[in-house]
Design a protein around this ligand. Structure first.
Ligand SMILES: [Zn+2]
Length: 146
């Protein structure tokens, strides 16, 4: 791996931008995980145009195994670990059993996932509304013909 300035192009194939609109093209054909020199991980994945929520949940679960293990003891299945009664995560954090930095990152990722899920729900609702509108227009046209 090349040392600074390090570029993703050194390890991943990248494509030139299109002349017309200067937009990039997708070149990633398989999933790969990279450790960034400044710290942190980069997940490169094809088809990130639509977020794969199940993959994300799996990734968070495997990266934060120790927190997930504690979270299983929370009183409620849908505990968001935001000060709910009987939250095992909050209790473990208070007893210094969890790394506060990792816990912060974990909660951030969970919140991000929730936002992404909401975006997907919204998108599906719009698609459904579009489908209904399309049918209405088709029916209207049929009526006009007969
Ligand atoms: Zn909890």
């Amino acid at each position: 791996m090349a040392s600074p300035p390090w570029s993703i192009a050194d390890v991943q194939e990248t494509g030139a931008t299109r002349e017309g609109d200067a937009k990039g093209r997708h070149t990633t054909t398989s999933r790969s995980l990279h450790v960034l020199p400044a710290g942190g991980l980069l997940l490169d994945s094809p088809g990130l145009r639509e977020l794969q929520l199940s993959d994300c949940a799996e990734g968070v679960a495997s990266l934060f195994e120790e927190i997930e293990a504690v979270a299983r003891s929370c009183r409620f299945n849908d505990c968001r670990h935001q000060g709910e009664a009987g939250c095992a995560v909050a209790a473990a954090a208070e007893n210094d059993e969890l790394d506060p930095r990792r816990l912060t990152n974990y909660l951030k990722l969970i919140a991000e996932q929730e936002r992404a899920a909401e975006t997907l729900v919204e998108k599906r609702r719009k698609d459904k509304n579009f489908g209904k509108m399309y049918k209405r227009v088709l029916n209207q046209k049929r009526k006009e013909k007969s």
